[in-house]
Design a protein around this ligand. Structure first.
Ligand SMILES: [Fe+2]
Length: 230
């Protein structure tokens, strides 16, 4: 007798790889210092969420949008009728701290881009399986207690190493975080380029998808031109 493993319902994360030149890195550092508060803090909570409008990074965000279209194409989606809107982007720059598990469920697709990583900052990006969906864990923590060796079939969370130039594209509802040996979650402050050069510099963004026109129905949002505020 033989047995066969049939794997169903994989989760797709698309990884884009860019070359980041020195000029781009300097532009990111300048943008951070321009788009941060007086304490040297910049993230979605400080209201700096519009980095994608900065003309210096037009090529970068265009590459990110291409990675998102590649993600959709891999899923078998016809992107010809779909507009990709980056609706927010912000900095997540850290030296020591990680990031607690969270999701961006209010959007459709999310991305993280790493234009600069100091050699001493090797935090891992971790994705977590949704506990409420059907998975391989027979009940909560069955695998945690009983697995002898982890691999990509039995994993309920998975750490991916992050390399400079990486773009990670993933469903916004997928929980994720950043592991760190020290405290997680707290903001860190950067007031000079020298301080930023010691960081793991991450640009985060959220995307919504719409139809390109109003001529049909396919459960996509309508084009933003069709929206009206009352
Ligand atoms: Fe996130």
């Amino acid at each position: 007798m033989i047995t066969e493993n049939i794997l169903l319902f994989p989760t797709l994360i698309t990884l884009g790889k860019r070359e980041v030149d020195e000029l781009e890195k300097e532009s990111w550092f300048s943008a951070y210092l321009e788009q941060s508060d007086k304490d040297g803090n910049s993230n979605e909570f400080t209201g700096h969420q519009s980095v994608h409008h900065d003309i210096r990074f037009k090529r970068v965000f265009s590459d990110i949008a291409d990675t998102i279209r590649k993600h959709l194409t891999t899923l078998g989606v016809d992107t010809n009728m779909i507009e990709v809107y980056i609706q927010k982007s912000f900095f997540n720059v850290k030296k020591n701290n990680g990031n607690p598990q969270h999701n961006h469920k209010e959007s459709h697709i999310s991305f993280t881009y790493y234009p600069y990583i100091h050699e001493s900052r090797n935090q891992q990006l971790v994705f977590y399986q949704d506990k409420d969906k059907v998975g391989n864990d027979i009940y909560e923590e069955f695998l945690d207690f009983n697995v002898k060796e982890w691999h990509n079939i039995n994993a309920t969370n998975y750490s991916l190493p992050v390399v400079e130039g990486n773009i990670f594209v993933f469903p916004s509802k997928l929980a994720h975080g950043v592991n760190s040996e020290s405290e997680i979650g707290d903001s860190e402050y950067f007031k000079t380029i020298e301080e930023l050069k010691l960081s793991r510099f991450c640009v985060v963004g959220d995307v919504v998808l719409t139809r390109k026109d109003t001529k049909s129905y396919d459960r996509l949002l309508m084009p933003i031109d069709n929206w009206r505020k009352f």
